[in-house]
Each structure stands twice: as structure tokens, then as C-alpha cells.
Write a protein that binds this ligand. Structure first.
Ligand SMILES: Cc1cc2nc3c(=O)[nH]c(=O)nc-3n(C[C@H](O)[C@H](O)[C@H](O)COP(=O)(O)O)c2cc1C
Length: 268
């Protein structure tokens, strides 16, 4: 059974790249540029994105501290929706309850893929961008988050951007976990944008409903929103650029997915 909350909208636009001959692609490229006054797209218009959020915590009880992940997920979801985006799914390792990797999606014959994996794969494929949220466990990203990622091949993620959100109950906000997550997302082809969101002492920053707590510091709310907006504006820029380019050139024709053997990546 697929444990993706049913209230989440799944009305996603497909971003199937258009195939065509080079002349048609050049013509399409020119029409995109010309229709925007010579610029590829307007900096003032932000395209609404279908985002998939993938969370990390699998803890069910404290100590240390209560479970803090849900409030971070709420805050991030609120910010994405505030910016006009759709969160098509929140993939929560505790709810999905995938086994510790036994057989990834890409290892099944197409007709044999378990329905749960297929449904997640479709959500990942249809997304414009990904937002990963992880606590820091022993200076590393959560194994629950990594386990979800490991179930799917790069063809589900690649040529789209991702954002890294980390948090901890301590003062470093999960920055070390972020460093561990970067190469994983890069390998999957959903390159993480440079601006990240790190939330230290998260129990003092966010309330249980994801709102920013008032504190001694003035304009705390605005400061956090501005901080997270920097990351999301980068995500939007890259997602829109990637979407435009996917319409012009099929990335999987230029760089086909490895389907046979990992040695296909090897240097000659
Ligand atoms: C196994 C384990 C390892 C942890 N390692 C770190 C760590 O390396 N750095 C850190 O800042 N906090 C660490 N913490 C504290 C977490 O930041 C804190 O428990 C946080 O609330 C975890 O997120 P969660 O509540 O969503 O599960 C660790 C907690 C656990 C349970």
C-alpha cells in the first residue's frame, strides 16, 4: 500500500521532452527567445512548480527532544505554497515504510514493479524540483531519506534541481548532514542549488505547526522567510531553466540513462 497522504494533489504536468529534428529544435529555440524579447524568460515571472518533498526522520519518540522533523516539513511546505508552488507529495520514510533497500525500482522488469514503488516513481518523474529535508544523525543525513533515494535511479530525478534543508537540535543546524547529502543528489542528477536552509536549535525557531516562534530577536519571521526564499528562488530559476531546455532537447538522448551495467560509467 502506498503511504502518500491522500490529500496531496497529484494533478501534475508532465515534462516529457519533445523529440524533434535539429531544425525544428532551433526554430523552437528561436521562438522561445524571440517571444520573450530576446531573453530566454522574464525574471519577474515565476513558474509554479510541482515539488516533491522528501523528509528524513524515522524517530517515533524522544528524547533527545520531541520529534522535530514534522514542524520543519510544515514550515517548508508553507513557504513553497506561499511562493505559488504545489507540493505534489511529501515522501516520509516512516509512512512509506520501505524496507532497507532490497531491490530498487530500476531492478524490476517493468511489469513486475511493486505498485508502491511505481507510484512513487511516477511522482518523482512528474516533479519539476525536489526538496530534501533531513535531520543530522551522527554528522550524516538520515538513513531513512537516503533509503528512499536509493530505491530509484537517476532517470527519475535527473536534469531537475533540488534543494537541501537540514535541521538539528544543536547549534550547527545539520550542516554536516548537508555535505553528505550533496554528492548523493548530484549523483542522482538533481543538482542541489547552492543556497541551503539550515535550522539550528529548531525547537527554538519553529513551533509545532511550522510557524516561526517569536523570540528576543525582532522580525524573526521575516528573517527566516527571507533566508529560505533565497534557496527557493534559486530552485525556481534552475527548475524553469531546466524545464525550458527539456522542451528543446531531450536530455536522455544527449545523455542516455545507464540501463545495463554500472560499468557503462567507467573510463575507457
Ligand atoms: C542517532 C542520533 C544522532 C544524532 N546526531 C546528531 C549530530 O550529529 N548532530 C546534531 O546536531 N544533532 C544530532 N542529533 C540530535 C538531533 O539533531 C535531534 O535529535 C533532532 O531532533 C533529530 O531530528 P528529529 O527530531 O526530526 O528526529 C542526533 C540524534 C540522534 C537520535
Amino acid at each position: 500500500m502506498v503511504m502518500i497522504p491522500s490529500f496531496l494533489s497529484r494533478s501534475c504536468r508532465r515534462h516529457r521532452p519533445q523529440r524533434g529534428n535539429p531544425k525544428q529544435l532551433i526554430a523552437l529555440s528561436l521562438s522561445v527567445v524571440l517571444s520573450c524579447g530576446g531573453r530566454p524568460f522574464s525574471s519577474s515571472s515565476v513558474q509554479a512548480l510541482n515539488t516533491v518533498v522528501i523528509t528524513g526522520t524515522t524517530r517515533t519518540e524522544g528524547p533527545p527532544r520531541p520529534i522535530l522533523g514534522p514542524r520543519v516539513a510544515q514550515y517548508i511546505r508553507q513557504r513553497l505554497e506561499h511562493r505559488g508552488h504545489t507540493v505534489t507529495a511529501v515522501l516520509d520514510p516512516l509512512e512509506l515504510n520501505l524496507p532497507l533497500l532490497e531491490k530498487p525500482h530500476f531492478a524490476y522488469a517493468p511489469s513486475q514493479v511493486p505498485p508502491q514503488l511505481e507510484e512513487i516513481a511516477t511522482l518523482l518523474e512528474q516533479a519539476d524540483a525536489y526538496v530534501t529535508i533531513t535531520p543530522e544523525f551522527n554528522h550524516a543525513p538520515s538513513p531513512g531519506l537516503v533509503n528512499i533515494l536509493n530505491h530509484f535511479g537517476s532517470s527519475k530525478f535527473s536534469f531537475k534541481p533540488s534543494a537541501i534543508v537540514t535541521y538539528s537540535a544543536g547549534q550547527w543546524g545539520g550542516t554536516r548532514a548537508a555535505q553528505g547529502l550533496r554528492p548523493i543528489l548530484s549523483e542522482l542528477g538533481c543538482l542541489p542549488v547552492s543556497a541551503m536552509i539550515h535550522i539550528p536549535n529548531v525547537h527554538q525557531v519553529l513551533d509545532t505547526d511550522g510557524t516561526v516562534l517569536e523570540s528576543s530577536s525582532q522580525n524573526q519571521n521575516e528573517k527566516w522567510d527571507s533566508y529560505s526564499d533565497r534557496c527557493f528562488s534559486q530552485l525556481e530559476w534552475w527548475a524553469q531553466a531546466a524545464s525550458n531546455q527539456r522542451q528543446l532537447v531531450d536530455p536522455f538522448q544527449v545523455s542516455p540513462a545507464f540501463l545495463q551495467n554500472p560499468s557503462q560509467r567507467n573510463a575507457p
